[in-house]
Design a protein around this ligand. Structure first.
Ligand SMILES: C[S@@+](CC[C@H](N)C(=O)[O-])C[C@H]1O[C@@H](n2cnc3c(N)ncnc32)[C@H](O)[C@@H]1O
Length: 273
């Protein structure tokens, strides 16, 4: 890959998603762009860059971002967040919800990838709140991954990591052509909605604020000004006293945010600013 080609790909990816590809990502970019060359039948990387410059390149740009970004995720990743949600955030915030007349306990899985995070939150809330009003919104920049999240069908080896009672309660075992797959049951799926959203562009499609926001393992791809902008956008969507969870490798130490640090990777919006 020529320097100019890497620079071009780097700049279009940044413009579109704010993902910041450093020089150390050159090999990764080369491997992943290779797939797009084959998919588009571009004869060379130069041709592919020309294709991206065309007026109607929107769809291919989406595929490129999809190919570049990492969707890796799993159920109950970083378990401390789910323990905190169950033991502290839900009891504390539902007590306030009653006093302040909130309609529902709302959680946003920002950068939800294929949905494992959102459904792990759903299982946690189902166990804490049962039939009380609660709902989860999941968002991601990738339409491909959002389709997977909405389908809520996971391979047996992914689900097998979970406790057997949990699997029986919340998953349906596939039969026939679906053998080897598990689908999240409708009782949970009905509480979770997925939407396309670039976290750095436009306004999220929600009216009501959230008690808790999970924004994990996506900020690592952004530079510091972008991280700061993202945190400010998220904080605006939290109720006072609401919690923000970030990935454990994504400390906010060097970012201005105005939140209280509660535990590593757990922050709270002050009730009075
Ligand atoms: C590694 S996954 C994180 C999944 C989950 N939050 C977790 O921690 O397991 C990162 C996700 O961020 C999404 N993403 C990257 N840039 C984004 C942006 N600008 N807006 C929204 N989502 C983005 C990717 O499509 C990918 O699904």
């Amino acid at each position: 890959m020529r320097d100019s080609e890497f620079e071009f790909i780097r700049s279009v990816v940044y413009e579109r998603s704010r993902i910041n590809l450093g020089p150390d990502k050159r090999e990764l970019v080369s491997a992943r762009v290779g797939k797009r060359l084959r998919a588009t039948n571009a004869a060379s990387l130069g041709d592919y860059c020309t294709l991206l410059q065309a007026g109607d390149a929107d769809e291919e740009l989406a595929h490129l971002i999809d190919a570049i970004s990492t969707n890796h995720t799993f159920f109950f990743r970083e378990i401390a967040h789910f323990d905190f949600l169950r033991q502290r955030a839900v009891p504390e915030l539902t007590a306030r919800a009653r006093a302040e007349n909130w309609n529902a306990f709302r959680v946003w899985s920002a950068a939800s990838s294929s949905g494992e995070e959102a459904y792990s939150i759903a299982i946690t809330l189902a166990e804490c709140l049962g039939q009380q009003p609660w709902q989860i919104e999941g968002t991601d920049i990738s339409n491909r991954i959002l389709a997977k999240a909405s389908a809520a069908i996971y391979r047996e080896e992914t689900v097998k990591r979970l406790d057997a009672t949990m699997v029986r309660t919340y998953f349906q075992r596939g039969v026939g052509p679906q053998a080897g797959n598990y689908r999240v049951k409708a009782s949970l799926r009905n509480r979770v909605a997925f939407h396309h959203l670039n976290l750095l562009e436009g306004e999220p499609p929600f009216r009501d604020p959230f008690q808790v926001i999970f924004c994990r393992n996506v900020m690592i791809y952004f530079d510091r000004p972008t991280q700061e902008e993202l945190i400010a956008r998220l904080v605006r969507r939290l109720v006072p006293g609401g919690y923000l969870f970030v990935g454990h490798s994504e400390s906010l130490t060097h970012i201005r945010h105005g939140l209280r640090t509660i535990q590593p990777a757990i922050y709270q919006k002050p009730t009075v600013s």
